[in-house]
Design a protein around this ligand. Structure first.
Ligand code: ZN
Length: 206
């Protein structure tokens, strides 16, 4: 399976990192070894002093497809979840400055915690879905799919121009503003209130 991630999909997050607004979705990938499931602890790796959380709505592909038109995108997504795109911001900054690929700062082991996947609510619901991340009980990031620069159907269509989508592939759809460093002892809880009251994920940083 493949894990796609979208960068720079919320205007306020682009501003907080001082990036340019993209004219097409920014796509990168993580290997399956990045997944961290079942609320397992996340261990801060030795190679970074600045691991940031990025909470993101995640889509699961339920049907094979390529060159998908935006109006048919919903037929290819069978589940949603909430995930974190952990980013070694210090490594990423160095790579970005040199114009180099940023894989090691984004795609390292356990860099993609994922909640359970639940069936897709009505597509209309998905287009105005609220989510948030609490760190140690305090609201840290709040997202809403209405604020996406490239809406969900455009992301699916765009990715499918380059990559054959297969059942089980995941798409991390970008993070809203509020990214910040995690430290040992932090508790991260992600919520999708229209799906369930309990956290979608709830894990510790060590
Ligand atoms: Zn991200």
């Amino acid at each position: 399976m493949k894990i796609f991630c979208i960068g720079r999909n919320y205007v306020a997050h682009i501003a907080e990192l001082g990036n340019d607004r993209p004219t097409a979705p920014v796509v990168f990938m993580k290997p399956d070894t990045a997944l961290l499931r079942n609320n397992e602890d996340f261990y801060i790796p030795d190679f970074s002093q600045d691991i940031h959380h990025e909470v993101e709505l995640v889509l699961r592909v339920g049907k094979e497809g390529k060159n998908i038109q935006p109006q048919f995108a919903h037929k290819y997504i069978d589940g949603i979840g909430l995930g974190i795109d952990f980013t070694a911001r210090d490594l990423q900054a160095g790579l970005k400055a040199k114009g180099l690929p940023w894989e090691i700062s984004k795609s390292f082991n356990s860099s993609a915690p994922i909640s359970q996947i639940v069936p897709v609510p009505a597509w209309e619901t998905l287009q105005q879905l609220h989510f948030h991340l609490d760190v140690n009980g305090e609201r840290r990031q709040t997202g809403d799919t209405t604020l996406m620069l490239f809406p969900l159907e455009e992301l699916v269509a765009y990715i499918s121009q380059f990559f054959h989508l297969k059942h089980g592939d995941l798409i991390y759809t970008g993070t809203p503003e509020g990214v910040a460093a995690v430290k040992a002892g932090d508790r991260l809880q992600g919520y999708l209130p229209s799906v369930q009251e309990a956290p979608m994920f709830d894990f510790l940083v060590k």
